[in-house]
Write a protein that binds this ligand. Structure first.
Ligand code: SAH
Ligand code: SF4
Length: 352
């Protein structure tokens, strides 16, 4: 094949993807493997047009509270893993969490995201109390990001008023998942995601890019899995090695590959809500901004109180919060400078 016919094939493929005709696995692999800057740019522009057509120009803000960094799990990539004895552990009090949500409700975020390690001190009953207090005292939509729970507990969270749930599948490659998450199975994680869909949660999935041993075919599988499961929200960020984990010596994921993943995911999934993740900003601050022109439409500012935020060390360098490093007004001003208004209300997924 000459380079001209390759360019034509690629152009054709991007055009078909833009129309929403669906992509087969080899086509996704082809797009993710592009390295010619003009072709990559064409991919980004198509994703940006689909983003505008399917979810509009609005950027939705979700305020994140990282309420506990205790975790019973031992994911080899994560700094909160239970065997990391170097981490100073904290857990917020229930009223502290609710107070923090009240603060979020005063600003431009329509949603609060409650995120933590899988901390047994937060029983389902306790979480339900926090969810219903936030729902009673604020107009915020409540999103949970608290790992795997049995169906009955997920149902209790839903009944208490939580309407969204983020549970990244991490990688669609089951053997890779199982080597990274000792004692856990990808099929259980996926079953939990199915429960969430069945319970009517707007459900978030997602993966890391650049995990040791991960291939471009694996990344294509991630996109196909999220399409098949009809994920409503999709978080994709680079793997960032943490010095106090077994993966300390591995290189981080590639920012450009994350941007291509966002673009292809937007082309395939159309109207999903896709954040520009903090991890991407840790890798390269401008890549996080760039993500808003390659498919992203959600920004998740961290509202974790100052005294705790530095210890929520999932990966190094992530203590960027609205309290110091990233004043929210700067974020809002930035979006308005690129013609992207802040979304009002909850910013739920538009139904197709
Ligand atoms: N305990 C919950 C929520 C907190 S972890 C859970 O596991 O679902 C949130 C996300 O952080 C994980 O889903 C994972 O994708 C991401 N993460 C963990 N370690 C990371 C690392 N080293 N680099 C990049 N992302 C990481
Ligand atoms: Fe715990 Fe989540 Fe980190 Fe795994 S990724 S160790 S479940 S906080």
């Amino acid at each position: 094949m000459t380079s001209t016919s390759e360019a034509m094939d690629t152009g054709d493929l991007i055009a078909r993807a833009e129309e929403g005709l669906g992509l087969a696995r080899p086509e996704i692999v082809h797009l993710l493997s592009l390295d010619d800057p003009a072709q990559v740019e064409a991919l980004y522009q198509a994703a940006d047009r689909v983003r505008r057509r399917c979810v509009g120009d609005e950027v939705h803000l979700r305020g994140v509270i990282e309420f506990s960094n205790h975790c019973r799990n031992n994911c080899t990539y994560c700094g909160l893993r239970r065997d990391n004895a170097k981490l100073a552990r904290y857990r917020m009090e229930d009223d502290e969490i609710v107070e923090c949500a009240l603060g979020i409700a005063e600003g431009p975020c329509g949603t609060v995201v409650l995120q933590a390690g899988e901390d047994p001190a937060f029983t389902a009953e306790r979480l339900c109390g926090i969810i219903s207090a936030i729902r009673a005292r604020t107009p915020l939509a409540v999103t949970l990001s608290v790992g795997r729970w049995p169906y009955e507990d997920l149902k209790a969270f839903r009944d208490a008023g939580a309407s969204r749930y983020l549970l990244r599948h991490e990688t669609a490659n089951a053997s890779l998942y199982e080597s990274l998450c000792p004692g856990r199975r990808l099929s259980d994680r996926i079953e939990c995601i199915r429960h969430l869909k069945r319970l009517g949660f707007e459900t978030g999935m997602g993966c890391m890019v650049g995990l040791p041993g991960q291939t471009v075919e694996d990344l294509a599988s991630d996109i196909l899995l999220m399409q098949e499961m009809d994920a409503d929200m999709i978080g994709i960020g680079p793997f960032i090695p943490h010095g106090d984990t077994p993966l300390a010596g591995h290189p981080p994921g590639d920012a450009e590959m994350v941007l291509k993943m966002l673009a292809v995911t937007r082309l395939v999934t159309r109207d999903t809500n896709i954040p520009a993740t903090t991890a991407l900003g840790v890798l390269r601050a401008e890549a996080r901004k760039r993500a808003f022109s390659t498919g992203a439409n959600v920004f998740m500012p961290v509202y974790t109180p100052k005294k705790y935020a530095p210890d929520y060390q999932i990966y190094p360098g992530k203590a960027v919060s609205v309290h110091e490093d990233m004043p929210l007004q700067e974020v809002v001003d930035y979006f308005s400078s690129i013609g992207r208004p802040i979304g009002a209300g909850h910013g739920a997924r538009r139904k197709r």
